[in-house]
Design a protein around this ligand. Structure first.
Ligand SMILES: Nc1nc2c(ncn2[C@@H]2O[C@H](COP(=O)(O)OP(=O)(O)O)[C@@H](O)[C@H]2O)c(=O)[nH]1
Ligand SMILES: [Mg+2]
Length: 461
């Protein structure tokens, strides 16, 4: 028989109230014995383990876990709630494993795995937009999207299985074309879903944005200006920032961690060397790297950050350099984009190398370019808000791995189909794709393939 489990459902520590949740076949029996009265969905006062609690019972399957559940709401506080839990355990329940209530909800069909993941994300959401995606997925948006794709895959599979089981009956050309189209559509749809991971990951985990560049170019000043407080030390002495510093902030509903690093220079100081090394590790895993320089033409930095880099020309309020006449003033009140110098128009730099995206001019002093900078960071990380951002989004590497697996499987199946390989072989990959989607939701595929298949046959055939 299934164990009856118990745990404190509210956050650890002190609080006005705290909830002890009991789930399993003996939940009501134990709850009633402790409360000294019958329990149902009506909220009732009771005295349990020396505390006044309110108690109620939810009968299977109408509860979160799908089992009988009793909730005892006592006064918050670890000792008080611990005594209630101990009393429940004494009556024969055991302490729940981490996530065990949710796991039982999944096992009892109350929740698929994708929604269970979303539930964790609702609880852990660090920003408004992470919360919105999590709530949408908890409501089933991702699960429904995946279920739709899986359903289409199973239909194709059923069609294929038919040709395998009855090889004498030729597939109509129409069906053959339909199978090819469906396989291509499945590949595309899974590819598109896999791509939402960029957004899903950034919103769920937050973005890491690092500032790098030579000493004294204004990295720390820029960080302070971006978060609106004097968080990093600023001084005219080069080498003020000797290790790295992290600051949390929120931009347009997205959690952002800004990292200020020690400036790049040949440090002789051992502490500074270690600071530079530690900063470099964090920069290596940053989502976006702000490559800061206060000289417009001081050349490329030592490290190439590729597509993660946004190049910044800092201190745009200072007198324009002779190399770029009227640089700063030309930007006042308009775009903060660095205009291409007249001598080097189009896409080539003076040295002939292809230019990357335009350098962004900023000033920590006047605030020029800061909004543009934030917008570019969000755009680069794939979290700029746009129409249609309410679509299904994958938010865990598990989901991403499985949807990528499905895409690959459908792609292989489509190639095999196009090359007129035997349907048995095509079916193998198609089944693998459908299975990956089923796993994404957290359901098994085999039974359902059979259901789908036999649903297509008349009785007696
Ligand atoms: N005029 C002006 N000076 C700046 C600006 N940003 C930084 N500075 C000055 O440049 C010097 C170095 O700044 P800091 O932020 O410590 O540079 P870091 O070494 O790159 O972190 C300080 O004297 C700052 O006041 C800016 O936007 N405009
Ligand atoms: Mg600094």
């Amino acid at each position: 028989m299934t164990d009856t489990i118990v745990a404190i459902a509210t956050a650890a520590g002190m609080g006005g109230v705290g909830i002890v949740r009991i789930s399993g076949p003996r939940a009501v029996e134990i709850g009633e014995a402790l409360a000294g009265r019958a329990l149902d969905r009506t909220v009732r006062l009771a005295r349990v383990a020396g505390d006044d609690v309110i108690a109620f019972a939810m009968r299977a399957p109408k509860s979160f876990t799908g089992e009988d559940v009793v909730e005892l709401q006592g006064h918050g506080g670890p000792v008080n709630l611990g005594r209630i839990v101990a009393a429940v355990v004494e009556r024969g329940a055991r302490i729940a494993e981490p996530g065990e209530f949710t796991r039982r909800a999944v096992q009892n069909g109350k929740l698929d795995v994708a929604r269970a993941e979303a539930l964790l994300e609702v609880i852990g959401a660090g920003s408004e937009r992470a919360w919105r995606i999590a709530q949408a997925n908890l409501a089933g948006r991702l699960g429904e999207r995946v279920a739709t794709l899986e359903g289409r895959a199973l239909k194709v599979l059923a069609e294929l299985e038919g040709t395998i089981d009855f090889p004498d009956e030729d597939l109509e050309p129409q069906s053959a074309a339909w199978i090819g189209d469906e396989l291509a559509a499945l590949e595309t749809a899974c590819g598109a879903l896999a791509e939402t991971w960029t957004t899903g990951r950034a919103l769920t985990n937050g973005l890491v944005v690092a500032l790098v560049g030579p000493v004294n170019v204004g990295k720390s000043s820029l960080l302070n200006a971006l978060v609106g407080t004097e968080r990093a030390l600023v001084a005219s002495t080069p080498g003020t920032t000797r290790d790295w510093l992290e600051v949390q902030t929120v931009w347009n509903g997205v959690a952002v961690t800004l990292i200020d690093t020690a400036g790049l220079r040949d440090a002789t100081d051992e502490v500074e060397q270690r600071g530079i090394a530690m900063g470099a590790e964090r920069v290596a895993s940053a989502d976006v790297v702000l490559v800061v320089d206060d000289q417009p033409a001081s050349g490329a930095p030592g490290v190439d950050y590729g597509a993660r880099a946004i190049r910044i020309r800092s201190k745009a309020d200072l007198a324009p350099s002779p190399a770029l006449p009227s640089f700063a003033s030309s930007n006042m009140g308009t775009s903060a984009l660095d205009p291409a110098p007249a001598s080097a128009p189009s896409t080539l730099r003076p040295d002939g190398a292809p230019a990357g995206p335009p350098v962004l001019a900023t000033s920590a002093k006047t605030g020029t370019g800061l909004d543009e900078l934030k917008a570019r960071v969000l755009e680069m990380a794939g979290v700029a808000e746009r129409e249609g951002s309410e679509d299904a989004v994958v938010t865990t590497s598990r989901q991403h791995g499985l949807v990528t697996e499905a895409r690959t499987a459908f792609s292989v199946a489509r190639d095999a189909w196009t090359a007129r390989r035997p349907p048995e072989l095509v079916a193998v990959d198609l089944r693998a794709g459908a299975s990956a989607l089923a796993q994404l939701r957290g359901l098994e595929v085999q039974e359902r393939v059979l259901d789908e298949l036999f649903a297509r046959f008349c009785i007696g055939k």
